[in-house]
Design a protein around this ligand. Structure first.
Ligand SMILES: Cc1ncc(COP(=O)(O)O)c(C=O)c1O
Length: 384
């Protein structure tokens, strides 16, 4: 007996092998600095935790409607008003189990077997696997520093094929932390719209943009699917909660799919999320964001000094994507050496696609400034 082909086709995260190796080394007594992990090291803020506990104590242990609690859908719609000055109808908000749940719902709702979705290579690896799951095909478009590792309207037009039905971008992106200029995103939207195709914009790191305050893609029109999450800025990875803004005409399809696939997102998390969105909590979250920015600003010059070439400075998220060509070994070999010889875990580019994958690595600054400084010291010693 064999598992289905789709299970074989979907690749594991290589970073998981690194993490497993790191854990083995830790068990053997080694001190490992974790810069491979794609989640903040900060705990969920106390008022949010308390709200989750209170929800459980109050007996909120049942399913919610498949698209989320009405109060939370309204709170998320209000968030777009407060944060982006956008008027979003609560009916267009679906609450999902993480951005992952939103991506899965979007793929399932929008694409037929054989349809193609254009996305950036390098990019978040799960996207092509979600496409595979619904028997669609992700077409990775090689992107480099010249376009800030993002798609452009010109690239989208050039790679359009007879089966292309959608474009997916992450803004800022993972693994590079780089942004698409608002006018470029608008031009990509125009390309997709002119061909009657969907644009999906993943804004999971949008609240973690440090120097500017870009508009949400929700301002481009109701036909854009905009997804987001409580995982990153809101520090709630383990609570498994995200959301998606969808055009109203997709509501019945997404509702049916959500009912069948998930029933609902986690109830206690939805109650806690109401507090996560509150102004008082955002003060705490902005402090954490400022700390992430301090780490980025400390790490970037050190990476340059050590010979890791960050060709486009990340404007957001918590990643630095660096070219390691000058070290004369593949990204996987370098990551292995850094782990074994320096006790520093980072992620090879091979986790994010194939373009440039063998000579790029991702540093996640999801550990304290002191640990980042120690990592730099160790890498310097290792490189001699
Ligand atoms: C670009 C991007 N999108 C989506 C996700 C999924 O996040 P979650 O399901 O925790 O919201 C991640 C997680 O790292 C990500 O980096």
């Amino acid at each position: 007996m064999n598992p289905a082909r789709r299970a074989n086709d979907i690749e594991p995260f290589r970073v998981m092998a690194i993490l497993a190796r790191a854990r083995e080394l830790e068990t053997a007594g080694r001190d490992i600095i974790h810069m491979e992990v794609g989640e903040p090291d900060f705990a969920t803020p106390e008022p949010v935790v308390e709200a989750g506990i209170a929800a459980l104590r109050a007996g909120h242990t049942h399913y919610t409607p498949a698209l989320g609690m009405p109060a939370l859908r309204t709170a998320i719609a209000d968030y777009y008003g407060l944060r982006y000055d956008l008027d979003v109808a609560p009916a267009r908000v679906c609450v999902t189990p993480g951005a992952s749940g939103a991506l899965l719902l979007a793929m399932a709702a929008l694409f037929n077997p054989g349809d193609e979705i254009l996305l950036a290579d390098p990019g978040y690896p799960c996207n092509r696997h979600f496409a595979r799951l619904v028997e669609a095909r992700a077409v990775g478009i090689p992107v480099g520093p010249e376009t800030g590792y993002q798609l452009t309207a010109e690239l989208v037009a050039r790679h359009w094929g007879p089966r292309t039905r959608g474009v997916l971008v992450a803004n800022p992106g993972n693994p590079t932390g780089t942004l698409i200029a608002p006018q470029e995103l608008a031009a990509i939207h125009a390309e997709a719209r002119a061909r009657n195709a969907w644009l999906i914009v993943d804004e999971i790191y949008h609240e973690l943009v440090y120097d500017t305050s870009p508009p949400s893609a929700a301002n481009l029109g109701e036909d854009v699917l905009v997804l987001n999450s409580f995982s990153k800025y809101f520090l709630m990875t383990g609570w498994r909660l995200g959301w998606m803004l969808i055009p109203e005409m997709l509501l019945p399809s997404i509702d049916k799919l959500a009912q069948n696939i998930f029933l609902s997102a986690t109830t206690m998390s939805q109650h806690a999320a109401l507090v996560a969105l509150a102004a008082d909590t955002r003060v705490l979250l902005d402090q954490r964001k400022a700390e992430l920015q301090r780490r980025r600003d400390a790490l970037l010059p050190e990476l340059a000094r050590l010979g890791f070439e960050v060709k486009v400075a990340p404007q957001g998220a918590f990643y630095c994507y660096a070219d390691v060509s000058r070290f004369g070994m593949s990204s996987e070999a370098l990551c292995e050496r850094l782990l074994l010889d320096a006790g520093v875990a980072i992620t090879p580019g091979t986790d994010f696609g194939s373009h440039g994958a063998n000579h790029n690595v991702r540093f996640a600054y999801t550990t304290s400034l002191a640990r980042i400084q120690e990592a730099v010291r160790r890498i310097e010693v290792m490189l001699g």
